[in-house]
Design a protein around this ligand. Structure first.
Ligand SMILES: Cc1cc2nc3c(=O)[nH]c(=O)nc-3n(C[C@H](O)[C@H](O)[C@H](O)COP(=O)(O)O)c2cc1C
Length: 218
């Protein structure tokens, strides 16, 4: 297969995986993921990213708990603010709606993190202007490299979305003050094969010369 096709296939085959086999991730495979991140672009080549690799079960469990609590808070707040309907509007079956509600407000969206065999905590230097962009490029490289290595991942922001939770994670992993934690990435061999999430049609996303013009020569 041509490289172009292989790269395209890997990119389009990536899906968030939230169920993992317990098998550990071989060292050289993990190194590959980190190498892929290291080669990401960054503003002024600042390379502000740092990666804390967590395999200790107790720590992973604790990170998963923080993530679950954060989801519970967020979705409960959404419910109180009357915002939940927007999320559920496509679901007509009342039983299914109830199930989704329970999953959201019960903190069962990101708590799967607890069962990941490995978690990469991505943090970076707060004083670097392009920090979120730089780290996002590195994160995506990890996710893509993981697919090529037969691994599943999920980009999980929940445990650090709230600054108080971020502080908990920082304390647990002894991350210094000058660093911001951007996300957790769960990594493991997939134990599920979810359907791809829908994507917006190209037509809604791409314009020519001016925003809104859909025809190349129109
Ligand atoms: C910035 C960002 C934050 C995310 N945070 C979470 C999260 O906290 N919990 C979770 O389960 N998934 C999280 N995801 C995964 C998204 O839900 C997922 O990428 C999206 O639904 C598209 O599905 P796909 O990755 O399978 O294509 C996050 C993704 C991104 C890019």
């Amino acid at each position: 297969m041509e490289v172009e096709e292989q790269v395209f296939e890997v990119i389009t085959n990536r899906k968030s995986i939230r169920k993992y086999k317990p098998d550990p991730i071989p060292r050289d495979t993990l190194e590959r993921l980190i190498e892929a991140a290291r080669w990401a672009p960054s503003g002024e080549n600042a390379q502000p990213w740092r990666f804390v690799i967590v395999e200790d079960r107790e720590k992973i469990k604790a990170i998963g708990k923080v993530a679950g609590m954060a989801d519970r808070r967020q979705f409960s707040a959404e419910f109180v603010a009357g915002e939940t309907e927007k999320r559920l509007k496509k679901i007509k079956d009342p039983k299914k709606r109830q199930k989704v509600m329970e999953k959201l407000t019960g903190g069962h969206v990101s708590s799967f993190l607890e069962n990941a065999p490995l978690v990469i905590i991505v943090c970076g230097k707060k004083d670097v202007w392009d920090l979120p962009y730089d780290c996002s490029a590195a994160i995506e490289n990890i996710l893509i490299m993981a697919v090529a290595a037969g691994l599943g991942t999920c980009w999980v922001e929940s445990p650090v979305m709230d600054v108080r939770d971020e502080e908990k994670i920082k304390a647990m992993l002894e991350i210094p003050k000058g660093m911001k934690v951007l996300t957790a990435i769960s990594v493991g061999y997939p134990d599920e094969s979810p359907k791809p999430r829908p994507r917006l049609p190209r037509d809604e996303l791409v314009f020519y010369e001016v925003f809104g013009r859909k025809e190349k020569n129109g």
